[in-house]
Design a binder for this molecule. Structure first.
Ligand SMILES: [Zn+2]
Length: 481
């Protein structure tokens, strides 16, 4: 498979360390808040990547962290621990906060048809204590591994200790800034405050491996004994220690959001080199953001806190959101708006309606159409070119292949897309005939061309057929009269 590798600054052919096997680590959520749709997009992307590898016949070993200690507000070393801050404001323990939000992660994964990192459907009855069996690794369960890794880094001369913390000395890694190509001197902005907090810190880009329970953190609730005194780990060491523990001294793919390119991932890579003498990860793959479109900017905190419940409140199905995410390559920004969601819903329902027609035409059990399966694999292979997959599906529907074969083949593709196509075809509540959808499309064209007379007459025609187009500021819905 080809993927966009951030360090190679381009699309490269992924060569697994072991033929036919992929080892993959995904940076997971810090569990102190309900994930917004930008977070969720990342997990949908990596779910598609995971399923694509499975479809292409690879064995996949994958894990994801759940950060429940050490992640500071504002990503600075001397902020407040996000979990502890949230726990004290809600009057509960850090563990309770983490458990509460791990539960919401499982719920959101399940709603969006995202598999667990181990490749299983999420069972909402899953006990929180058992998440590790499903590939979710909790940071607080890996403290000994983190301490051991810091000791290795220390043994290799890449650390220094102050009264407040143990730091990674980034000057020891010659290509520390390889992700961004910046020089180290440019990395000083915003870091002045931290130097003020700890006068022993040598360079603003140095980062905490172990924070001591002194000064500002004297009363930090979560703390463990270590060779450097009582304290807690820095955020970055968590991912390095857990990924190496679970996947070994070398593994294939490390995924994360583009927001990790300037700090978190250079730090993880530096730790890996500092401890193991090698960079450990073959390919760093990053997903782009979800940006809020014009019609979303008025909502709470500029829209960046849209969560799945808001999708339902806006009258959409989770599958509409999954369709929207699936239709855009992971490496491209998504402009999220109600209009975009309407578009995704209409495309999804149009697809379901075409599949339903095929089902009515179908005669007996179908077979996979190998020619199309091969082309589907080529699309996946081509850096997860999913928009090409949607075009391929349309082409197949219009082809002269047998309806039952087309149907079976599309359901097979849905193992990767996870749009519940078969279940939706069976769900008659969604039934909107193809003719209606075509008329709606023509009406939209007329409106765009400002031919309102034609648009109105098509609307009348649609009404005569028992359907109604309900316009709103951000799109339209089709409803049965
Ligand atoms: Zn990470």
């Amino acid at each position: 498979m080809k993927l966009y590798s951030t360090l190679d600054r381009g699309v490269v052919q992924v060569k697994p360390l072991v033929k036919g096997r992929i080892s993959m680590y995904s940076c997971g959520p810090t569990v102190y808040f309900r994930m917004h749709i930008g977070n969720i997009r990342a997990y949908v992307n990596w779910d598609i990547l995971h399923k694509a590898f499975l479809y292409l016949g690879y064995d996949v070993k994958r894990v994801m962290n759940l950060t429940d200690v050490g992640h500071m507000t504002d990503d600075t070393d001397f902020g407040e621990d996000k979990i502890e801050k949230s726990a004290s404001s809600e009057g509960v323990t850090p563990r309770e906060i983490a458990n509460q939000y791990i539960r919401t992660v499982l719920e959101d994964f399940s709603r969006m048809n995202i598999l667990s990192p181990s490749g299983e459907s999420i069972d909402l009855k899953l006990e929180i204590g058992k998440v590790k069996e499903y590939g979710f690794l909790r940071a607080t369960e890996y403290i000994p591994e983190m301490i051991e890794m810091i000791q290795k880094i220390e043994g290799n001369g890449c650390t220094y200790e102050t009264e407040q913390a143990v730091y990674f000395d980034v000057s020891k890694i010659s290509d520390y800034t390889i992700f961004t190509g910046q020089s180290l001197d440019e990395k000083t902005e915003g870091a002045r405050d931290e130097v003020n907090v700890d006068p022993g810190k040598r360079h603003p880009a140095d980062f905490v491996l172990w924070m001591k329970r002194v000064g500002k953190y004297e009363n930090h609730t979560m703390h463990w004994k270590s060779p450097w005194g009582d304290g807690f780990p820095g955020w970055h060491i968590e991912c390095s220690a857990m990924s190496i523990d679970a996947l070994g001294k070398e593994f294939d793919i490390h995924t994360g959001g583009i927001d990790h390119i300037p700090i978190h991932h250079p730090n993880e890579r530096a730790q890996n080199i500092g401890a193991m003498g090698r960079s450990v990860v073959s390919y760093w793959i990053h997903n782009e953001w979800v940006v809020m479109g014009d019609d979303m900017k008025m909502s709470k905190s500029g829209g960046s806190s849209v969560v799945l419940d808001d999708i339902v409140d806006m009258g959409f199905d989770f599958l509409d959101l999954r369709y929207l995410f699936v239709s855009v390559n992971y490496h491209i920004k998504i402009n999220f708006s109600k209009k975009a969601l309407h578009g995704a819903r209409n495309s999804r329902l149009a697809l379901v309606s075409r599949l339903r027609e095929l089902k009515n035409e179908a005669d007996g059990e179908g077979e996979l159409i190998h020619e199309y399966v091969e082309r589907f694999k080529e699309c996946l292979d081509d850096s997860l070119n999913i928009s090409k997959v949607l075009a391929l599906i349309n082409e197949m529907i219009k082809s002269d292949k047998k309806a039952e074969d087309v149907l079976v083949t599309i359901y097979d593709f849905d193992k990767v897309l996870s749009l519940d196509l078969e279940a939706s075809v069976e769900d008659v509540g969604l039934d909107i005939p193809e003719e209606i959808l075509k008329l709606v499309e023509r009406r939209e064209e007329a409106r765009r061309g400002k031919d309102f007379e034609l648009a109105d007459s098509i609307r009348g025609q649609i009404g005569d057929m028992g359907y109604m187009v309900v316009d709103s500021a951000d799109g339209f819905n089709i409803e049965k009269i």
